[in-house]
Design a protein around this ligand. Structure first.
Ligand SMILES: C[S@@+](CC[C@H](N)C(=O)[O-])C[C@H]1O[C@@H](n2cnc3c(N)ncnc32)[C@H](O)[C@@H]1O
Length: 229
C-alpha cells in the first residue's frame, strides 16, 4: 500500500488523542493549557521525559515501552514525521507517551518549574551557521533550566562532530556536570556502559540508521545543569 501523503497524515492526526498541535501564535503569547498539569493529563505523578526534535518519535515510543513507570513527550515542528510515532502510540495503546507539534524555541510555555526529569536530544540539527539554534546551546539550556528538576539529565545522541564538540564546550564553559560521554558509541563506548543504558542507546532513530549506513560514528553525552532556584 502506498504510504500516506502529508495531507492525509495531517488529517488523520486530527483524530489522534496523543498529539497536541497548538497554534504557534498562541504559544508565543501564552502558556500552553497543560503547563503544570501534565501529571493530570497522564493520570499519575511519574517522572516526565522529553525527546526534543523527536522526528518519528523512536525514542519517545521506545522508552515509553521500556519504562511504563515514566511518561514521555516527543516534540517536533514537523507534523508528517510525528505522525509515525503518534500512530504507533495510538495503535499499540501506549498511554505513557504523547507528542507536541511546536517549535522547541517556545518550550518554556509548556512546562512548569520542576515538571521535567530528563531531556533527550536525538540527532538534533547541528546548525553550523546558527550556534544559538542548537538544542544544547546555552540559549536552549537556559530555557530547560526553568523546568528541569534539580538532578535532571540532558542526553545528546548525535552523528555530528560539530554538535558534539560544541556541547562539550558548553558543558565546560558553563560548568555543567558531565556524567558520561563517548565519541564512538557502537565502538568502544558501549562497553563502558551498564546494561540498562546500553539497552536504551540501542534504540535506533530514522536519522541514526541513515548515518550508520554512511559509516558515521555515533556520539553520546549526558550531563546535568544547575536549575533555577
Ligand atoms: C535531523 S532530525 C532528527 C529526527 C529524529 N530525532 C531522528 O533521529 O530521526 C531533527 C529534527 O528536529 C526538528 N527540529 C529542529 N529544530 C527544531 C525546533 N527548533 N523546533 C522543533 N523541531 C525542531 C526537525 O523538524 C527534525 O525533525
Amino acid at each position: 500500500m502506498a504510504s500516506k501523503n502529508k495531507l492525509e497524515r495531517f488529517a488523520e492526526m486530527e483524530s489522534f488523542k496523543n498529539i497536541f498541535q497548538p497554534a504557534i501564535d498562541s504559544v508565543k503569547e501564552a502558556d500552553f493549557e497543560l503547563k503544570g498539569k501534565w501529571a493530570e493529563h497522564f493520570g499519575n505523578n511519574h517522572p516526565i521525559v522529553l525527546e526534543l526534535g523527536c522526528g518519528k518519535g523512536e525514542y519517545t515510543i521506545g522508552l515509553a515501552k521500556r519504562y511504563p513507570e515514566k511518561n514521555f513527550i516527543g516534540m517536533d515542528i514537523k507534523g508528517a514525521r510525528i505522525w509515525k510515532g503518534a500512530k504507533q502510540g495510538e495503535q499499540e495503546g501506549i498511554t505513557n507517551a504523547c507528542f507536541i507539534r511546536t517549535k522547541i524555541d517556545f518550550i518554556t510555555q509548556f512546562f512548569h518549574k520542576n515538571e521535567v526529569s530528563e531531556i533527550w536530544c536525538t540527532f538534533s540539527d547541528p546548525q553550523p551557521k546558527k550556534p544559538n539554534k542548537r538544542l544544547t546551546s546555552k540559549v536552549f539550556v537556559e530555557r530547560y533550566k526553568q523546568f528541569l528538576k534539580k538532578d535532571g539529565i540532558i542526553h545528546l545522541k548525535t552523528d555530528s562532530d560539530l554538535l558534539m564538540a560544541s556541547t562539550e564546550e558548553e558543558i565546560s564553559s558553563n560548568k555543567y556536570q558531565e556524567l558520561f560521554k563517548t565519541w564512538d558509541l557502537y565502538g568502544e563506548g558501549v562497553y563502558a556502559l551498564n546494561d540498562e543504558i546500553r539497552d536504551i542507546l540501542e534504540i535506533r532513530t530514522f536519522y541514526e540508521d541513515i548515518w550508520l549506513k554512511e559509516g558515521k560514528t555515533i556520539k553520546y553525552i549526558k550531563f546535568q545543569v544547575a536549575t533555577v532556584s
